[in-house]
Design a protein. Structure first.
Length: 118
């Protein structure tokens, strides 16, 4: 179980799945957010937050919605908007540092080649 929350605690999550790695992506939004994404099945995550607790930012190609706490500004997760969207990503930066130090962190070139570059 991995638990995380935004700084103010309005948005919390519990993730039952252990992602095989955490992803540090350099695409236009991820490099700005500085997120460490763990990609997991949507069924394995409970997001505990009021319906209006997050801002949902949907990018140009409308493939995913990035959720950010309306109060403290921390980005907690994104969800796929694809028809078959069974995956989501949790920002493991919201977890206690000690609980994520076991993970391998991979650098993903989302800006250009769409491959891992480490
Ligand atoms: Zn917050």
């Amino acid at each position: 179980m991995y638990k995380g929350q935004c700084h103010c605690g309005s948005v919390q999550f519990v993730c039952a799945e252990r992602p095989e790695k955490l992803v540090d992506c350099n695409c236009s939004i991820c490099r700005r957010l500085g997120a460490l994404w763990g990609h997991v099945s949507i069924d394995s995550v409970d997001v505990i937050a009021a319906d209006d607790a997050t801002i949902r930012y949907i990018q140009g190609d409308k493939t995913l919605a990035v959720n950010t706490c309306r109060n403290c500004g921390c980005t907690t997760h994104y969800e796929s908007l694809q028809q078959d969207g069974k995956m989501m990503a949790v920002n493991f930066r919201m977890c206690e540092p000690g609980s994520i130090k076991e993970f391998q962190i991979r650098k993903f070139d989302g800006a250009d080649s769409w491959t891992f570059i480490d």
